[in-house]
Design a protein around this ligand. Structure first.
Ligand code: SF4
Ligand code: SF4
Length: 339
């Protein structure tokens, strides 16, 4: 396929074309007080181009914070259960960052592991992920320390690189991406001159050894080490780090409603909540915050890579930015690496 260019001015046409075909367009937008989030947009002039990573990842597009998965009716005839048939529209994610795109592999692994969760997979199949390589970052970014590049293509259907003039070069990564270019050929044009690309951003490089971290976590002698208590002393268990994290995927199933009509919902949950592992008996195997904090770290750097061979952490830095008490996961990564 010849090299393609996407002109910034053609985004208006692209947003309109996706909408006309019944699809939805998600892009970074400045929502309030300098905060940028991935949201549904109707017009290209809503897109924010000056951002590092949006506050939350775009996982809500295929893993909504709350959704109905079944309904029950209870009447004198008995209980009727209705399933929910999902036919999601195409959703184009524009302006994804490479770390977020990479996290899709991790979510795919979980939601297709021992059970195919169609509420996730159908949405994922209907998504087209258009990533824009990073030309900027902040002190919280650390993707290269977990093996990801600021212009990585993994998890993207198309990778765009910004040019000096504000347009984009286009790299088709998947067949889905190639098909999208064909469908939208009016906006993906052949460039006669190669635009000069900006320097790709180099995030801070941590002094970490992921293999060593994995081995340290496998050793049960380290399970009750002081490290966890020292680190987690400040943690208030708010769960912000898990909600903002692109790879965190825990959910709970709750029945909500009244006696005659009830909805069964799938809701985001957080391993940082004190009732997350609370048993019906009253026993809680993670009854202290340090155990919950340790679990999150274990999940990212031991359980995930061992079970799925994908990244439990993509170095987006969101958990560092959102934590109200400034707990920084990279401090533990560095401490264990230096141990
Ligand atoms: S653990 Fe933190 S830095 Fe790693 S992917 Fe999740 S939010 Fe991003
Ligand atoms: S955001 Fe910070 S305080 Fe809140 S649960 Fe995560 S580590 Fe704890």
């Amino acid at each position: 396929m010849a090299k393609k260019i996407l002109k910034r001015s053609d985004l208006t046409k692209l947003v309109a074309s996706v909408g006309k075909a019944g699809g939805a367009f998600v892009a970074p937008k400045a929502v309030a007080n300098g905060l940028v989030e991935y949201v549904f947009i109707k017009k290209a002039d809503e897109i924010e181009f000056d951002y590092i990573v949006p506050g939350k990842s775009f996982k809500e597009a295929n893993f909504p914070q709350t959704e109905v998965v079944a309904r029950f009716k209870n009447d004198p005839e008995g209980v009727t259960v209705e399933g929910v048939e999902l036919n999601p529209p195409r959703v184009v994610i524009f302006g994804a960052r490479p770390c977020d795109a990479k996290s899709s592999e991790s979510l795919n692994s979980v939601f297709t592991w021992d059970f195919i969760d169609e509420f996730y997979t159908k949405r994922e199949d209907a998504m087209v992920t258009i990533t824009v390589a990073c030309t900027t970052g902040d002190n919280a970014c650390f993707c290269t320390s977990v093996g990801i590049k600021p212009d990585d293509t993994d998890g993207s259907d198309l990778l765009l690189r910004e040019t000096e003039g504000g347009d984009f070069t286009v790299e088709a990564v998947t067949d889905k991406g190639k098909a999208f270019i064909k469908e939208e050929k009016a906006v993906f044009t052949e460039g006669k001159a190669t635009p000069k690309e900006r320097t790709i951003f180099e995030p801070r490089k941590l002094d970490v050894d992921l293999e060593k971290i994995g081995e340290y976590l496998k050793d049960t002698d380290h399970y009750e080490g002081d490290l966890w208590a020292d680190m987690a002393r400040k943690c208030i268990g708010c769960g912000s780090c898990t909600y903002a994290c692109p790879t965190c995927h825990c959910f709970d199933i709750t029945d909500e409603g009244g006696f005659s009509e009830t909805e069964r919902r799938k809701n985001w949950d957080s391993c940082q909540f004190d009732f997350f592992t609370l048993h019906a008996s009253g026993h809680n195997p993670r009854d202290r915050q340090y155990k919950r904090w340790r679990n999150r770290f274990m999940c990212k750097f031991n359980i995930y890579p061992g079970k799925f061979k994908t990244k439990g952490c993509v170095g987006c830095g969101r958990c560092v930015r959102v934590c109200p008490v400034r707990l920084d996961i990279t401090e533990v990564m560095e401490e264990i690496s230096g141990a």
